[in-house]
Ligand binder design. Structure first.
Ligand code: MRU
Length: 376
């Protein structure tokens, strides 16, 4: 088991200056060889995040001190990825309670309005509210809220590690049959940045790499926000996992050429019949995989399963700002900028998620095992 090492860095993003100190005896992924989580509490109990809108060019951390900070962080995607959104929302509610004189219903509504698709957000808030409702009248509600938010975050690490263990066996089996590098295609970022640690789709890949099984990852760029290009490559390269960035349209061709052994993606909401809602473009990869007999796996914690919805048409699909499609953002040395890629006045639509029907999914990897979706 790896221990966290102390990481210290002064940053002043958005006017909030912080010192980053991490020290804990838990499993963790790496940034420049140092252990790191995507959300944590510092020595003074402050909630800290990595500002993912600054990656891969800058590694900057932000303090989340208020409900409003948490709302902004989720809405503006400083944190993103279903499990991380859930953890951040839980801390946001705890921070609202800390401020005092709070209407819990209103605080939850504000957090729920930030991003509609990932079910982990409502899951985490419901869990926290349930926990608070069970506290004795004399209990310190603020301490209870932070305690439960910490548990949600810590459990996420353990759950994703289990997902990694189960997925590792699939990769190992593939390696043992072919005795050659296992080529895995992934979409968006379902790595440790999308969770508290380890990731979902990337956890099996990290475990396989650590177990010295030769793996190589085809990373979909994932337009329009480029989570694959900006985040997944950054994560994998920091961990030393061989990877190649590809345009979103390249996956089908690579599958036809026999260059993809399996696909592993994450999920923002999966319903009981096995239909999977994930980043826009996942469906097309699943279709191509099906047509080419490439196994298509979805890795998810059971907190991403929505048992209340009977039909995936009922999943709210987030429609994001069309500017994300019309523009592309990058950095040239110190200079960060967005440039337009379409004629002025072009109309653009930006649905952020799509549904992959269960019939296209080979299996689900959860903390409980790999195979069918578990009955909970
Ligand atoms: O819009 P994002 O970046 O929050 O979307 C993230 C994804 O679609 C991930 O694949 C999903 O949340 C699973 S993450 C473990």
């Amino acid at each position: 088991m790896k221990a966290w090492r102390r990481l210290s860095k002064s940053v002043s993003p958005n006017g909030r200056t912080v010192e980053l100190h991490i020290d804990a005896d838990v499993l963790a992924m790496n940034v420049n060889g140092r252990a790191c989580r995507s959300i944590w509490r510092d020595d003074n109990g402050r909630v800290m995040i990595i500002d993912q809108t600054r990656l891969p060019h800058d590694f900057e951390c932000l303090a989340i001190d208020t409900l409003e900070d948490a709302e902004i962080a989720i809405r503006d995607m400083q944190v993103r990825g279903a499990p991380l959104i859930g953890a951040c929302a839980a801390y946001g509610l705890a921070l609202a309670l800390k401020k005092g004189d709070v209407d819990i219903d209103q605080a939850c509504s504000r957090l729920l309005a930030t991003r509609p698709t990932a079910v982990n957000l409502s899951w985490a808030l419901n869990r926290l509210r349930h926990h608070l409702s069970e506290q004795p009248a004399t209990a310190n509600q603020v301490a209870a809220a932070f305690g439960e938010a910490d548990r949600i975050a810590n459990e996420d690490v353990a759950i994703n590690s289990r997902i990694g263990d189960h997925g590792l066996e699939l990769i190992r089996r593939r390696f043992e049959t072919t005795d050659s590098t296992v080529n895995i295609l992934t979409h968006c970022n379902a790595g440790w940045l999308a969770t508290v640690d380890w990731g979902t789709a990337l956890a099996p890949i990290y475990k396989a790499h650590d177990a010295k099984i030769p793996v190589h990852v085809w990373v979909d760029e994932t337009r329009p926000r480029n989570q694959g290009a900006a985040l997944t490559t950054w994560e994998l390269m920091n961990h030393g996992v061989p990877c190649t960035l590809i345009a979103d349209n390249a996956g089908g061709h690579l599958m036809q050429q026999g260059q993809v052994d399996l696909c592993i993606v994450g999920s923002d909401r999966t319903i009981a019949n096995g239909d999977v809602c994930n980043k826009i473009g996942t469906y097309l990869k699943a279709l191509a995989a099906y047509d080419n007999n490439v196994p298509f796996y979805v890795a998810l914690p059971t907190s991403t399963i929505d048992r209340d919805l009977a039909d995936s048409n009922g999943i709210p699909i987030e429609e994001r700002n069309p500017r994300e499609v019309l523009e592309i953002t990058g950095a040239n040395g110190e200079l960060r900028s967005s440039i337009c890629v379409a004629p002025t006045g072009t109309r653009a639509a930006n649905p952020a998620f799509d549904i992959t029907p269960a019939r296209l999914v080979t299996g689900y990897i959860t903390e409980l095992g790999a195979g069918r979706l578990p009955d909970l």
